[in-house]
Structure formats: C-alpha cells, structure tokens
Design a protein around this ligand. Sequence first.
Ligand code: ATP
Ligand code: MG
Length: 316
Amino acid sequence: ESLGPTITVGEILVEIMATTIGKGFLDAQPLVGPFPSGAPAIFIDQVAKLGGQAGIIAAVGNDDFGRLNVERLRRDGADVSAIAVSSDYPTGSAFVRYADDGTRDFVYNIARSAAGEIDLNDSARALIARAGHLHVMGSALSIPAVWPIIDYALGEIKKRGGTLSLDPNMRKELAAGEETGRQFKALVAASDLLLPSGDELFVACPAASADEAINTLLASGIAEIVVKRGQHGSALHTNAGRVSRPAFLVEEIDPTGAGDCFGATYLTCRRLGHSAEQSLDYANAAGARNVTRRGPMEGTSTFPELDQFIAATPRK
Ligand code: ATP
Ligand code: MG
C-alpha cells in the first residue's frame, strides 16, 4: 500500500433537516441546520478524525455556509488547501426530510452552486501530487466539473502505485445522464475497493442476483467489495471468500452519513494494515455511532471514541 494522503473530489454542502416526519417540502415546516455535509466532505472528515492524512478538492461560496464547513474540516485535521472559495456562487445545500417508511426526500442545490465551480487549479494539483489514495463518491459525479479532475487524479495516483475506492451512493434526485453513467462505469472498472449499499450493487453491475454481481465484479479485478447492510452490519467479499460482521445495537436518530463514516473508517483501517474483521468492526462502529447523532457529520469518530463505543455497545 502506497503512503500519501487519502483524497476525494466533490460536493461540500450544508444540510438543513426537517424536524418532523413526512413526505417532502410542499408545506411550511420546522427545519434545523445548517449542518456541515456533502458525502465527500463527511468521508474526508472521518478519515482525518482517525488520524489519517486526508484532503478534499472542492469549492464553497464566500458565505457562512462555506465557512462553517471549512472550519469544521480544518478543526478535525483535514487538509483544506484545495477548497476554493467562489465569489460568484453560494455554498451548495441539501434539504432532507424523513418519511415514516424510512425513505428520504431531498432538495439539492449542488451542480449550480459553488460546488459546481470546482476546478483543477494549482492547489488541487498540489494535493493530487501528494496523494496515495483516491476515494470517489458516486454523488460527486452529478457535477460535470468533477469528471476531468477525477480522470487526472486517478491517472496520477495509479501511476505512483496508489489505489482507488468507489462508493456508488447515487441518490434518485441526482442527475444521472449518459456521461455520468460512462464515468461511473470506468471508475468501477478501475476500483480496488467498492463500497455499495443495498441495490447500489446492481448499479455497479446489473445482474440477476447479488452473488452473481459480486462474482462478476471480483472476476473483473476489484480486490475487495464491502457491502453495507445498515442494521445488518456489513460483509467483505474477496476471491478468498466472505467475511461478515454484525451491526451494533443503537437507537437510530439520523441515518444520513453512516455510509460515508463506514467507508472512511474501513478504508483507513485497511490502509493502516488492520485485518478485515477488525476493519469491518471499526467501520460498523463508526456507522452506528454516526446514526445516534443528528446531523450527517456530527457523529464522526476518533479511534478512542470507537474503542469506547465498541466496548460499551452490544452487537445485534
Ligand atoms: P448513507 O445513508 O450514508 O448513504 P449507506 O446506505 O451507504 O448510508 P448503511 O448500510 O445505511 O450505508 O450504513 C453503513 C453502516 O453503518 C452499516 O453497514 C452499519 O454498520 C452502520 N449502520 C447504519 N445504520 C445503522 C443502524 N440503524 N444500526 C446500527 N448500525 C447501523
Ligand atoms: Mg451510501
């Protein structure tokens, strides 16, 4: 495993959350926020909190929504040198409301916010030049300006023996045009680690069953596939077989961000040389701990916090 920071490219957002359960935003209603958010930002914050070197290429507006995000990432130890500040566009946002069937409705302002103004500038090139691992969030592919940056970063990092992980977290509200699909396919093919949850496995590989999709993806050369299974924990699939670990028993307050914390923790543990079992346990703990806090980035964890959580929390 090559050294050098874990980096990602994509949206930094504020999240504003409905405080009542229901469908959508067609009526005036109580809201809470802004919370720092954006799947790539949550991911990189979680890597940094674990003590891993971590950086993000992104853009925010010259406003409080941007400042609150940059300050949080900086405080938690992330490299914020490649976060540009747009003078023309406001920071991106996501409004979320939970329905009683567990589904979520979002209203996004990403591609036409500062998040869409992301650019391969000198600071971005300098971060890429140091990086040892690239993590891509599928959600970031809804920003066309992200595609050439990922192409460039992937080429540079792989040339140095670095690695790629991909979380196919495509939300139904995010635009998924033909070019997004092509980019996504190329990334699946180049991935060393794939981190799908639920039906995202079939987004990565259309197949009649999960086993068939996993076997096809492993045969195509992906070394590790980790399937996130919410309250059922997670499982690693490799050519050597399957390792599965149970979830921790917690009260779910806010599920958003669990997958991002999980992926960041699994990847960081593997980069540190932990075993598959140990990495899955830490990642399950990071996901579970995150859902007990309101706000997608409010429940990111340090290793001491995870050790304490694991010691104190029963498994399902
Ligand atoms: P996201 O909502 O961030 O997209 P995801 O769908 O990618 O999440 P999940 O499977 O929901 O990913 O969550 C990731 C991991 O977090 C799970 O594998 C599990 O270990 C942990 N987790 C999530 N929800 C719960 C829960 N309610 N109880 C215990 N653990 C949970
Ligand atoms: Mg997800």
